[in-house]
Design a protein around this ligand. Structure first.
Ligand SMILES: *Cc1c(COP(=O)(O)O)cnc(C)c1O
Length: 489
């Protein structure tokens, strides 16, 4: 066919929109699908994992030349796309870090996307930028950072770690990485490795310090490592602490680590992507009392502040360092220059074009109120303690790390007659068996070289019954696997 355009004639009628009544009814159809889904979540399977082959087949066709009705596309999406994912907001999804999200956050995202707010410059978004500043300010106060602190929203903890560590490198090393050494525990999140790699540090420049029996960084060992490195002419420059490690929820001893950083002139970066949100609740006790000692801190509202993906926050003790690290100049940005209090977020981080992530958080907090969020956070902490008690009561299990900030780990030990390797195998197999039933999703992890089960229970939809049911299922599945092996072996 010949697609050569006629000379001088504009293609199309200039619109990519349906008529406005159609727009409304299509919009309502999407909301209806979502509410139907959310209102039946607990009765649903936690989802389905397709093979690469199966999935590729579903999506092998090119986009059509002529469009089709939205409702048809919606059904297609429901059947082929949404049905082939795990529902990480499901009340029995206990894997990794669940994403409970909340409906007002979803509406906030819809509005941010619908108005298509660009938050890179003040010129284009004075109101949205001021709102982001105010949400960031509130987060800084929540974690106890001083008034001169600031930050910005990014996609999540990974980019927040990258941003914070870039500021550290700029401020303490003038961007020269050569002999610098960064310290963290052996429980550090992989995104820190990634960030350091991107910032030009070699993997030999990251020193992993051993942890104590509850998987917290040991300050004495850190001191020794710093002294050794200094004696060898290297440049200790930064400590990365966990405030809620992904494996066990462990919080490194923040005050002693901050003291060491002060004494040694080092930067103190706290990765609270998972756990720092709990500072808002009332049950994290002393664990998070010293978050405010950080030079930079990461907190993911899309985890334990119940926001839809993506929203992470990086907070910096001295907010002027953000612009010092990231400001550049471009000829086409003349009209967007700012002075004084008006800031361009594009000068404070990696992105120029950036969406309005702050809106969903603001809408959620306005509609739900802080008390509801605090209670939802506290609920996760209490549920993990309850899960640990359930596990402890069953002598087929051993608790391998205490309930901490919504996470508990444990190991199926059955009749204790099986050897360590065999138990590793069983514990590694349990999650697959459970997932295949669609009843729950639990994942395994490795602690002290042993395979263990791990539950992260921060979803406010999760009931005590959900926990009991899942713990029983895990134990029975372990028994089944152990018996099966006996039969075979
Ligand atoms: C989840 C997590 C990250 C990474 O955050 P993303 O939002 O997934 O990019 C970093 N650190 C810790 C401790 C985390 O739990």
């Amino acid at each position: 066919m010949n697609h050569r355009p006629e000379q001088g004639r504009l293609p199309g009628d200039g619109r990519l929109e349906p008529d406005f009544e159609q727009m409304r009814s299509d919009g309502y159809a999407a909301i209806d699908l979502l509410v139907d889904h959310l209102s039946t979540l607990s009765d649903r399977s936690v989802g389905h994992v397709g093979s690469a082959g199966e999935m590729a087949e579903l999506f092998s066709a090119d986009p059509p030349d002529r469009g089709r009705p939205f409702t048809e596309v919606l059904s297609h999406a429901r059947e082929d796309i949404f049905a082939n994912s795990l529902l990480c907001n499901h009340p029995r999804y206990f894997a990794f870090v669940p994403g409970p999200s909340n409906f007002y956050g979803v509406l906030g995202d819809l509005l941010a996307s619908g108005f298509n707010i660009f938050t890179g410059t003040w010129l284009e978004s004075s109101g949205p930028a001021a709102l982001e500043l105010s949400m960031i300010d509130w987060l800084c106060r929540t974690v106890g950072l001083p008034p001169q602190s600031g930050g910005l929203f990014v996609s999540g903890g990974s980019v927040a770690n990258l941003t914070g560590l870039a500021v550290a490198r700029h401020d303490r090393l003038d961007d020269r990485t050569d002999d610098a050494v960064i310290y963290c525990s052996d429980q550090v999140h992989a995104s820190v490795d990634k960030a350091l790699f991107l910032l030009g540090f070699g993997s030999h420049q990251l020193h992993r310090i051993g942890t104590d029996s509850e998987f917290r960084l040991n300050p004495d060992r850190l001191r020794q490592a710093i002294a050794r490195d200094r004696a060898q002419g290297r440049q200790p420059f930064c400590v990365v602490a966990n405030a809620g490690s992904t494996n066990t929820g462990a919080v490194d001893p923040l005050a002693p680590l901050a003291d060491i950083c002060t004494q040694e002139g080092m930067w103190f970066h706290v990765d609270g992507a998972y756990g720092a949100s709990a500072a808002l609740g009332r049950r994290s006790g002393e664990l998070l009392a010293d978050l405010g000692r950080a030079d930079s801190l990461v907190l993911d509202p899309h985890k334990w502040m119940f926001q839809p993906f993506e929203i992470g926050a990086v907070l910096v003790r001295d907010k002027t360092l953000l612009a010092e690290t990231f400001r550049t100049s471009a000829d086409y940005m003349q009209d967007a220059k700012t002075t004084g209090q008006e800031i361009n977020f594009c000068d404070h981080g990696i992105q120029l074009s950036r969406g309005f992530r702050a809106l969903k958080l603001w809408v959620s907090l306005q509609c739900l109120g802080l008390d509801a969020i605090r209670e939802a956070i506290d609920r996760g902490i209490v549920l993990a303690e309850m899960a640990a008690r359930e596990v402890q009561r069953d002598d087929r299990f051993e608790v391998t790390s205490p309930a901490c900030l919504g996470i508990v780990t444990f190991r199926y030990v059955g009749n204790r007659l099986d050897g360590r390797a065999r138990l590793d195998e069983i514990n590694g197999a349990i999650p697959h068996e459970i997932m295949a039933t669609g009843e729950a999703v639990v994942t395994s992890t490795v602690l002290d070289g042993r395979m263990v089960l791990r539950m992260c229970v921060i979803n406010p939809r999760t009931s005590e019954h959900d926990i009991r049911r899942t713990v029983t299922m895990l134990a029975d599945t372990g028994d089944h696997l152990a018996r099966h092996a006996d039969g075979v072996g």
